[in-house]
Design a protein around this ligand. Structure first.
Ligand SMILES: CSC[C@H]1O[C@H](OP(=O)(O)O)[C@H](O)[C@@H]1O
Ligand SMILES: Nc1ncnc2[nH]cnc12
Length: 290
């Protein structure tokens, strides 16, 4: 049974949503293990949502340790069809200053150690990922940000998010390289999440909260967690306002999304010949296609 159509993943600094009402914690188990924490089901202005703290509510998981598959599968189990990811990012471009918000439209993968598919073990699928973010959901998110006229915050629609492995921040050489590629922001979490969300046919968009200028900027020698968290705390209230306004807009009109049929032409294996165990494991993703 659907518990919530809208999911929210809170990143560094955003461990809960203060405006959530009728809150219930659910400990979801998935075929891919346990999520980062209990999922918090509740209502935001009468709309049901599911919230998850990506690194756990006490921030105990490194980016490389995140159970990405369990997190996305758990959202799917609760019936989530639209997923908003809030994330701290460093800026690679002068115009995106700390406290700004970016709604990226592309990713570059610099991770080395992430499992970012549900498939394998006898079932092969290749999803299209040319447009990794749901542009309709990103549009609603961008419009929500714009409508709030938040002081000190400039909205940047579009831009490329470099997803690095971490946990150490980049070297200057790396930071300059990413700038030369035209990338706008850098973080450590959103790419595997976006891939898995697409495989799970969930529309995904990122609310990127700029916390620092990474290490390329001549006026900022290096990036420190202190700087990042300080800025994110200043922005946490704004981020919650944006999410609340986005959910309000979604409750009036859930946009169509190509993500919702992402597996239609992606599965290469003849499912009637596929291993039963794998079909059972991926049941929630495959049920439409069996
Ligand atoms: C605390 S700075 C580095 C940390 O913050 C970002 O996390 P999230 O995307 O969950 O907000 C970044 O990706 C790193 O994991
Ligand atoms: N400069 C940076 N690099 C990678 N991840 C980040 N998260 C916040 N700031 C970051």
């Amino acid at each position: 049974m659907t518990q919530a159509k809208i999911g929210i993943i809170g990143g560094s600094g955003l461990y809960k949503m203060d405006a959530l009402k009728d809150v219930k914690e659910v400990h979801v188990e998935t075929p891919f293990g346990s999520p980062s924490d209990a999922l918090i089901l509740g209502t935001l202005d009468e709309t049901r949502v599911a919230f998850l703290a990506r690194h756990g509510r006490n921030h105990t998981l490194l980016p490389s340790e995140l159970p990405f598959r369990a997190n996305i599968y758990a959202m799917k189990q609760l019936g989530v069809e639209y997923l908003i990811s809030a994330s701290a990012v460093g800026s690679l471009q002068e115009e995106a200053k700390p406290l700004d918000m970016v709604v990226p439209d592309q990713f570059i993968d610099r991770t080395k150690n992430r499992v970012s598919t549900f498939f394998g073990e006898g079932i092969v699928a290749h999803i299209a990922f040319g447009e990794p973010i749901c542009q309709n959901l990103a549009g609603v998110l961008g419009d929500a940000i714009a409508s709030l006229n938040l002081p000190e915050v400039t909205l940047h629609r579009g831009g490329t998010y470099v997803c690095m492995e971490g946990p150490a921040f980049s070297t200057k050489a790396e930071s300059h390289l990413y700038r030369s590629w035209g990338a706008k922001i850098i973080g450590m979490t959103n790419l595997p999440e976006a891939k898995l969300a697409r495989e799970a046919e969930i529309a995904y968009a990122t609310l990127a909260l700029v916390t620092d200028y990474d290490c390329w900027h001549p006026d900022h020698d290096s990036v420190t967690v202190e700087m990042v968290i300080g800025n994110l705390q200043r922005n946490a209230v704004n981020a919650q306002k944006v999410i609340q306004e986005t959910v309000r807009r979604l409750s009036e009109n859930l946009p169509p999304s190509d993500a919702h049929s992402a597996l239609k032409y992606a599965i290469l294996t003849q499912l009637d010949k596929a291993p039963t165990q794998t079909k059972e494991k991926l049941g929630l993703l495959l049920q439409k296609y069996l």
